[in-house]
Structures are given as C-alpha cells and as structure tokens.
Design a protein around this ligand. Structure first.
Ligand SMILES: [Fe+2]
Ligand SMILES: [Fe+2]
Length: 179
C-alpha cells in the first residue's frame, strides 16, 4: 500500500483545484501516488541510460538500442503523462533531490559485470515487474473514480507489460532459469 506516501515533497499547493471529473478520490493521496510513479519513471529512464552505456560484448550495441528505446518511453511518454496529470492538480515535478525518496521502485542493484548481459536483463525484468505492480495499485485506487488518470495508467501498464516481455525474451537459456 502507498498510504504512507512520499515524505519529503513539500511544494504542494495549499488547496487542490476542484476537479469535477473525479469522484470519491482524495486528491492528496492521488497526487502522492502520481509523484511516486513519476519518480519511478525518472529512475527507470536513468537505469536504462546507465545500462546502455555500461554493457560490453558482442551484443552490446543492439542492446544499447533496446535500452535507449525503452528509456525513451519511460521519460518522454510515461513521465510526461504523469507530470501533465499532476499539473491538473497544480503540482509540478519534484526537485531532483527528492526523486529517489519519492520513488517506490527505485531501481534494483546494478550488476558489477558489464559483460554479463543476463544479469542486466534480469535487473530490467525486475524493474518492469515492480512498475507493473505499482501501477496496478494506482489503477485500483482510481478505477471508476477518476477516468482521466485511469486511462493514463492503463496506457502505461500496457507499455510496461511490453517492456517486461522484451527484456525477458532477450535472456539466454541460462538467464531464463534465474527468473
Ligand atoms: Fe514506465
Ligand atoms: Fe518500463
């Protein structure tokens, strides 16, 4: 559960604007959830940026392309959609120093071995799995009560499911056994 919410973000409006499209929703709780998801996306983008640079070996160029492509989804599509929805509540993106704390998924421990492609892919599968369960929680909170956020979360969930599959399909036979 996300009930505790983020601890550090202080730049919230005194009063949230009235949103006629929402019903039976606590805007403060929703904003906390959206901020946390936004922070997740920024860190997912950053993790994939690091992965793209870190990987070595004969498939590293191809994988860099995959990581860059997926990272672009996290930053330019998902984080953007969440930030736009936050602005409907007069909330801007958080200070970068608060991002780690706001994030629920953060990112998994990154592998030491830049040649161990499977380890990087497994970390990415786990990152996507965390994103999926986080969005599932948000979806359950807004379902039937906030159609705008619901649609955004639904779109993002579709993408995260696709990302998880892309990373999983790239695993070697040995990597699959570690799932
Ligand atoms: Fe994402
Ligand atoms: Fe993703």
């Amino acid at each position: 559960m996300l009930s505790a919410g983020p601890k550090k973000y202080s730049n919230l409006p005194e009063k949230y604007p009235e949103r006629p499209e929402i019903k039976n929703i606590d805007p403060g709780k929703l904003v906390n959830m959206l901020l946390s998801a936004f922070a997740d996306e920024i860190l997912a983008y950053y993790m994939y940026l690091i992965a793209g640079y870190a990987l070595r070996g004969h498939v590293s160029k191809e994988l860099e392309g995959v990581f860059n492509e997926i990272g672009k989804d996290e930053l330019e599509d998902h984080a953007k959609k969440l930030a736009d929805r936050l602005q409907d509540f007069d909330v801007d993106p958080p200070d970068f120093r608060d991002v780690w704390e706001l994030s629920k998924c953060k990112y998994p421990e990154l592998p030491d071995d830049a040649f161990n492609v499977d380890e990087w892919l497994l970390a990415s599968v786990n990152a996507e799995k965390c994103a999926l369960s986080h969005y599932r929680e948000i979806f359950e909170y807004v379902f039937g009560k906030d159609p705008v956020t619901e649609e955004i979360i639904e779109d993002i969930i579709k993408d995260e499911a696709e990302h998880e599959t892309i990373f999983r399909m790239l695993l070697s036979k040995e990597g699959v056994k570690k799932l």
